[in-house]
Design a protein around this ligand. Structure first.
Ligand SMILES: Cc1cc2nc3c(=O)[nH]c(=O)nc-3n(C[C@H](O)[C@H](O)[C@H](O)COP(=O)(O)OP(=O)(O)OC[C@H]3O[C@@H](n4cnc5c(N)ncnc54)[C@H](O)[C@@H]3O)c2cc1C
Length: 293
């Protein structure tokens, strides 16, 4: 199975990828596999599977990645975090993932467990993704490694400039590609990307895009992630909040245009956060591919 860096290195056009999360129920598992089946008809370049913050689904991430590789021959990335684990536990998990033939890893610090205000390093563990990635490289596990990045700044960083300086250290530690947190204002991404390039980060930076499927979702992204939204989008969607078909049409239109503009700006691809739903992600990528599959 291809490494993600090879995919970006050899792509003749935009690279399209989808992100899934490991479900907690058997019904969720069935739904996910249906979603993967539907989206596979769009021939995505790769997919990724997140790592459960709470722990209950963590083992499932690598299982789903292997299953997608086996059943659909789509390269897949296994997400991984260092929350609540010391070096020996991390090494054991990484060796198990590698022994399953998985070579693409999204290496993240992770968020503090629920109820714990700020991230605290586990004794014998790591304080941030830079330390985790240095460790993975020092163990010669031969992963292609992705990292997260934050166009609107990571909440723990004092300034965007500080965050980008840390990002440089993370890339120097051995990160092969970066996937961004969701954002809705392209000029924010552009400003971030300019800073990233200015400090000498040269790896692919892939915009992470979330289709908007409800108005309450906007409120959630605003309050949890502090996302900025174009006021014209809020106005347009608020007008049709209770007309699902028109809401869908307008939000789809917004996301397709957002992606087109990003690709025109030189983004190497689009990474869609699917929330394990196929409908919107399918329509967006089909539109971006010009309806031709
Ligand atoms: C694309 C994407 C996918 C994600 N997938 C998952 C997932 O599957 N599971 C999950 O639980 N969470 C996931 N997350 C969320 C992520 O775990 C949180 O956002 C977490 O708070 C930060 O993780 P990180 O690896 O980006 O952090 P880091 O890169 O470690 O950054 C966290 C903070 O540490 C600082 N920092 C980084 N390196 C240094 C350094 N060398 N010195 C000093 N400070 C430093 C940064 O500036 C920042 O303020 C994902 C995020 C993104 C963007």
């Amino acid at each position: 199975m291809k490494r993600i860096s090879e995919i970006y290195g050899s792509a003749k056009g935009p690279v399209y990828s989808f992100e899934f999360f490991p479900p907690k129920t058997p019904e969720g598992d069935t739904k996910l596999m249906e979603t993967v089946q539907e989206l596979s008809s769009l021939h995505p370049d790769f997919v990724s599977v997140t790592y459960g913050a709470g722990g209950s689904t963590q083992e499932k991430t690598a299982e789903i990645v292997s299953l997608i590789g086996k059943n659909h021959s789509i390269p897949a990335v296994s997400h991984f975090t260092c929350v609540g684990a010391d070096q020996s536990k991390i090494l054991e998990s990484l060796k198990r993932i590698r022994s399953e033939g998985i070579q693409n890893l999204m290496a993240l610090r992770g968020d503090p467990p629920r109820g714990q205000g700020e991230f605290k390093k586990t004794p014998g563990g790591f304080a941030n993704a830079t330390e985790l990635i240095s460790f993975i490289r020092s163990e010669n596990l031969d992963f292609c490694i992705g990292g997260g990045c934050y166009p609107e700044k990571h909440p723990d960083a004092k300034t965007l400039e500080d965050d980008v300086r840390h990002l440089k250290l993370k890339v120097e530690a051995g990160t092969d590609f970066l996937v961004s947190q969701l954002f809705f204002v392209n000029s924010t991404f552009e400003k971030f990307l300019n800073l990233v390039r200015k400090v000498g980060i040269g790896v692919p930076v892939i915009p992470g895009i979330m289709p908007i499927t409800s108005f309450s979702q906007i409120e959630r992204f605003r309050s949890i992630a502090g996302c900025e939204f174009p006021s014209s989008l809020i106005r347009d969607l608020q007008e049709v909040e209770h007309r699902p078909e028109e809401f869908y049409r307008r939000s789809l239109n917004f996301t397709v245009n957002q992606c087109r503009e990003l690709l025109d700006m030189g983004a190497p691809g689009i990474h869609l956060f699917t929330l394990n739903q196929s409908h919107a992600s399918y329509d967006i990528v089909r539109e971006l591919k010009g309806g031709s599959l």
